[in-house]
Structure formats: structure tokens, C-alpha cells
Write a protein of this length. Structure first.
Length: 412
């Protein structure tokens, strides 16, 4: 089919960090392969003001059309209903004007519209679920099910989840664990098409080969570290899911046997909260650095890491979670210290031997983990990076999306 038109609908903004790291790179790759991509996204006001010009140019340079709409957040629920109405009206107009063949929907809100368009216009519907969204809202304490409104909304989306999976022309799961759970559910048709595509990383950007010793030395000096310091890093926001207390507990145990160990947080989160929690654990402020980093800075900043730590709260919804930072850190050849019972993390760690997997956060186990840290120096940076290429290659992710699109267009 000559007409290879795709409408990509996202309730996340392209001017958000997430849009820039986890949407645009894929779509740029697909546009280069001959697909005519149109994005319909919802933009938060401040991000849009700050980044509109940059994103407009980036998308234009990649021959991607962009239709940004304003994201509304108040009042709760009603604002979302308004956005869904606006999304449907705009998406329908674009589908008709551009003769759209595939509507690719990122997560659940946009899938409501994608399913309607499939029913009314006959467009193909790709449900890119990005995890068990409704359960994440509950387990992340965003929706309290004791509130009858949130309970109603939760039940609605769980019913819709079944409908999206059963009626989509293709679904995308971030993890094999998530796919296995979906296929085990009796409510889900056994013949649904589902592809696993994790949160891939730009391994050209996150590449330790691009960082020389002079850059490493300047980075160390910037933070006041000397060559004798072992630097443990944390990358990204802490938010709802990351276990700050447990990560600080591990650092405390490491520092008891290695007083030259330091902890560098590369995060935009509130520094005072991190310092307060560290102080409560008798960790001196002088051992911790906190820096709000731009994406372009990250390879240099991460290059001084002995290891990078991330502990995620294990829960049902995290079965379908793919931590973006994992591929980025592995691309830098950095050994990981991370926990089990999150998506495919254990599977990937067992396959790549990229570091230490933590099965519980008890004091005795964290003491044992701290003693194992000396063995991380023996790991090969190149082997870790090769593991990232195997599991998190952006090129491989783009190819998988291409295969999904091609199979749907052949059936039209």
C-alpha cells in the first residue's frame, strides 16, 4: 500500500521529557522508513512555552506533522473528559483529512479514542499500553478506591483494558512478564496480536566510548570528588515508585566498609527531601551530591560511576514496567544494583550479568550486597553495553514497530 499514514495519539506531551526520550526517537525512526506520521499530543502549559520552538523544529526536521492541544488538569475527572472529547474531535478530523490508516495510541486515555475511530472509520488500532495504567494509579496512591468517584473510574478503565486488548489490531507490552500475564487472563482472546517493545535507549547518546579521561576528571572536580572516591549514582526522578529510603540504607552499609564511597543523585527532585532522609539515617551531607542535569550532560556525569542504584517498589502494576534508565545506564557500561519483581529486570540481569540483583531490603541482605560491591570492578564495561544493545536498542525497537505497521497495512 502506497499510503502509509499513521496518527500517533499521546496524552503525554512532546514537550515533556518523556515525549522527547520515549516517543519522538521512535517516530523519527519510523518516518525515515517511509511512514507519514502525524502526532496529536496534549501539552502542559509551562513545558510548551519552554520547548515549543525546539520540538517544532525537531519534528519538522524529521518530516513529522504535529498537532499539539492544551492539557487540562482541573477539575479532576471532568478535565480529562473534556480532553477526551477534544482528542476525539481533532483525531477524527485528522483521520478524514489525511486518510489515516493506523491510529497508534499511547496508553489508556488515547486508546478510548483509538477504539472509537476503529469502530466508526475502520482505521487500524494499535494499543500501546505502557503498563497497567489503572493499577499504577491505585498502587501509586493517586486514586484512592475508598473514594467512590475513583473507584468508579478504576472499574471503568479495567473493563476498557479488556476491550482494548481484545479489539486492538495489535497491542504493545513493555515486558515479557506483562505479556505473559495478559495471555494468562481468561477474559482475553487467545489469538490477540501482542508485541514486546521495552523502553529503548538512545545508545549513541548513552555511550561510554564518547567520554574521555579529561571529561571524567573535570566531572570529578566539579563535584569535589578525588580519584580515591567510589561514586554510586542514582539517575532520574524518585517520585512515587523509587525507594529512596532503601537506596540510602544500602549506601549507609557500603559506607561503613568503604568510607571513600560517595552518592551522586542526578535528579530534578527536591534536594532537601533527600538530605533530610539521609540525615535521619546518620549519613553526612558531605557524602552526597545532588545535581539537576540536562540530558546532554548525562554521559559525562554518569561516566564517573562505579555503579548505579535503583530500587523500585514491587507491585502488580510493575509487572509491566520497563525502567528507561536501565538501558541508558547499561549503554554507559555502568554496573547496576537493582531489585527483582519489576518487569523483566531480573530476566535481563540474569542474561547480561550486568551487576547485582537485590531480592529483599532487609538490613542483613543489604550488608551482604554492600560486601559484593567490590566485585563490580571486575565487570566488563563493553559486556554491559552489549547487553544494552541486545535488550534496549532503539533501532531494534523501531524495527519492531515497523513490522507491526507493515503487517497491519498488508491486511487492509
Amino acid at each position: 500500500m502506497d499510503n502509509k499514514t499513521v496518527l500517533y495519539i499521546s496524552y503525554d506531551g512532546m514537550t515533556d521529557n518523556l515525549g522527547q526520550s520515549q516517543v519522538i526517537p521512535y517516530l523519527a525512526g519510523l518516518a525515515k522508513l517511509g511512514f507519514e506520521i502525524t502526532i496529536l499530543s496534549f501539552e502542559k502549559k509551562q513545558n510548551f512555552i519552554e520547548n515549543k520552538e525546539k520540538i517544532t523544529k525537531l519534528l519538522s526536521d524529521n518530516s513529522i506533522a504535529w498537532n499539539p492541544l492544551p492539557y487540562t488538569s482541573k477539575p479532576p475527572v471532568l478535565s480529562t473528559l473534556w480532553d477526551i472529547w477534544n482528542m476525539h474531535k481533532t483525531a477524527k478530523k485528522l483521520c478524514i483529512e489525511k486518510n489515516i490508516q493506523i491510529v497508534h495510541c499511547r496508553s489508556y486515555i488515547s486508546a478510548i479514542v483509538g477504539l472509537k475511530l476503529k469502530t466508526k472509520l475502520g482505521t487500524k488500532f494499535v494499543f500501546d499500553m505502557r503498563g497497567f495504567w489503572a493499577d499504577e494509579r491505585v498502587e501509586g496512591n493517586i486514586w484512592n478506591l475508598k473514594n467512590p468517584i475513583f473507584k468508579t473510574v478504576y472499574n471503568y478503565f479495567k473493563r476498557q483494558e479488556i476491550k482494548f486488548l481484545n479489539m486492538s489490531d495489535y497491542s504493545i507490552s513493555l515486558t515479557e512478564a506483562g505479556k505473559n500475564y495478559i495471555m494468562s487472563r481468561k477474559e482475553i482472546r487467545s489469538d490477540i496480536k501482542i508485541e514486546v517493545i521495552p523502553c529503548c535507549a538512545d545508545l549513541n547518546h548513552f555511550n561510554y566510548h564518547t567520554v574521555n579521561e579529561d571529561i571524567k576528571e573535570k566531572t570529578r572536580l566539579h563535584f569535589g570528588f578525588d580519584l580515591g572516591n567510589d561514586i554510586y549514582t542514582y539517575l532520574g526522578s524518585i517520585g512515587t515508585w523509587y525507594l529512596l529510603n532503601e537506596m540510602l540504607d544500602l549506601y549507609s552499609e557500603i559506607h561503613k566498609t568503604n568510607t571513600k564511597a560517595r552518592f551522586l543523585f542526578l535528579t530534578a527532585d527536591n534536594a532537601s527531601e533527600i538530605f533530610e532522609k539521609a540525615e535521619a539515617k546518620d549519613i553526612s551531607k558531605e557524602y552526597i551530591r545532588i545535581h539537576k542535569a540536562q540530558r546532554a550532560e548525562l554521559p559525562a556525569l554518569l561516566s564517573i560511576s562505579k555503579a548505579s542504584v535503583f530500587f523500585i517498589k514491587p507491585s502488580f502494576s510493575k509487572t509491566a514496567s520497563s525502567p528507561t534508565k536501565m538501558g541508558e545506564l547499561m549503554g554507559m557500561g555502568i554496573p547496576l544494583i537493582c531489585n527483582s519483581n519489576v518487569g523483566d529486570v531480573s530476566l535481563i540481569m540474569e542474561d547480561t550479568k550486568a551487576g547485582i540483583i537485590v531480592h529483599d531490603f532487609s538490613k542483613s541482605n543489604l550488608q551482604n550486597i554492600s560486601l559484593k560491591c567490590k566485585d563490580l570492578e571486575a565487570l566488563s564495561k563493553e559486556d554491559i553495553r552489549n547487553g544494552a544493545i541486545k535488550w534496549y536498542s532503539l533501532d531494534e525497537g523501531v524495527l519492531k514497530y515497523k513490522n507491526v505497521y507493515d503487517s497491519l497495512m498488508k491486511s487492509m
